[in-house]
Design a protein around this ligand. Structure first.
Ligand SMILES: *Cc1c(COP(=O)(O)O)cnc(C)c1O
Length: 385
């Protein structure tokens, strides 16, 4: 054991030339999926695997979710769906949240990727594509209920309904919308959006509804509809701000010490000399920087851990390295090649996000590719032949 994370792998990190190792616990992911599925039953839970499953590896994550019974997957861009498609069996459906860019419809139809249609124009183009390929095509309709980001705006509802009635080229699987403030349980915006969604659902009584993301799941049954779309909660992020996190952490990250030194009082540390020691100080420089997603906003405020001891960042975070104060550890505890905990039992993605002035989503999606990645609990491939 090194700094509190089981299965010390310092040697493996070194032999790979990696900056550290990032462990993705697919068993914890699977338990989070089951936890969310139980929370919303009889509604179903999809898996949101956009942005390479929030940086954790879309193929591995989706394959494991499939093994847990997940059949519906959301990506943001068509290219993500195209890449993921061969990894999943044919009964898995992949939905593209941003819809299709003009010119990619035919390829998407051939790949069997299902667009989330966000406007009348997208619906028209998808309908034309169906006519061109000579078969009905599947789609999901997203409505804007008050976020003004994606989705059919109020003034397009009637034309959309008209086109669907006139043309039978498109089969709508369900309708959806997205909450702007789902992580804030008390805000009135959630209730306003729910009321708007209920009105829209009344206009399409035969269609199932998908509404809640991670935060929405914990707003209660009224928000569940038939299908929920968790992302961050699957990956261990707190679904509700300021409330205890019911999810299990999925990611841990340890990085290697590159150098240690002892400096006298009055010594400048890092770019710009922004930190000046006020005592004799033991320092260690670790191989993680803003290019690895250890954000520069952690300069002078973030920390890493060893043996449960908080080791504060001193001075500015560099691109490839960061200097920490290790004076509170026994002398010689950390040396070249030792590992320290960036994410693990003592620091969650939400803790690091708070110190960096951001959200767990940005921490996860920013994790770089200079770590040796290890997957715990990977299933055998579900695709044969
Ligand atoms: C990203 C996204 C989700 C997942 O959100 P989380 O907060 O990570 O659960 C669900 N629906 C839509 C439309 C999204 O863009």
């Amino acid at each position: 054991m090194d700094c509190g994370i089981p299965e010390y792998e310092g040697r493996r990190v070194t032999s790979q030339g990696a900056a550290g190792h990032l462990t993705v616990d697919l068993d914890a992911l699977a338990r989070n999926y089951q936890r969310l599925s139980a929370e919303v039953a009889p509604a179903r839970a999809a898996g949101v695997v956009k942005a390479d499953a929030y940086g954790l590896g879309a193929e591995r994550v989706a394959t494991r979710l499939y093994a847990q019974g997940c059949r519906l997957f959301f990506v943001a861009q068509y290219i993500e769906g195209k890449r993921l498609r061969p990894a999943l069996p044919s009964d898995a459906q992949i939905f593209v949240l941003n819809g299709l860019q003009p010119g990619s419809e035919l390829a998407a139809a051939q790949d069997g990727i299902v667009p989330v249609v966000n406007s009348f124009e997208q619906l028209q183009r998808w309908s034309d594509t169906a006519n061109a390929v000579g078969r009905r095509l599947l789609a999901v309709l997203q409505f804007d209920t008050g976020m003004s980001r994606l989705g059919i705006p109020p003034e397009e509802r009637t034309p959309v309904a008209g086109l669907l009635n006139a043309a039978h080229s498109i089969e709508i699987l369900f309708i959806m919308s997205h909450l702007a403030s789902a992580d804030e349980a008390q805000t009135g915006q959630n209730r306003d959006q729910l009321a708007e969604m209920s009105r829209i659902a009344g206009e399409f009584p035969e269609l199932a509804v998908s509404f809640a993301n991670s935060g929405g799941i914990f707003l209660g049954g009224a928000y569940h509809g038939a299908l929920v779309r968790p992302g961050i909660a699957l990956y261990g992020g707190a679904p509700t701000a300021g409330a205890p996190n019911p999810m299990e952490p999925v990611v841990s990250l340890e990085v290697a010490v590159v150098q240690t030194r002892t400096v006298p009082s009055g010594t400048k540390v890092g770019y710009g000399g922004t930190h000046i020691t006020t005592d004799e100080t033991h320092l260690a420089t670790i191989s993680v920087g803003y290019a690895d997603g250890f954000l520069r906003s952690l300069s002078g405020r973030g920390a890493v851990y060893c043996d449960g001891v908080r080791l504060p960042v001193v001075g500015r975070v560099s691109m490839d390295s960061t200097t920490i104060d290790i004076s509170s550890l026994p002398e010689g505890r950390l040396k070249l090649g030792s590992l320290v905990e960036v994410l693990g039992p003592h620091q969650t993605i939400d803790d690091l996000a708070r110190d960096a002035g951001t959200i767990s989503y940005e921490i996860l999606t920013g994790l770089g590719d200079r770590f040796e990645r290890r997957y715990r609990g990977a299933p055998r491939s579900t695709v044969t032949g």
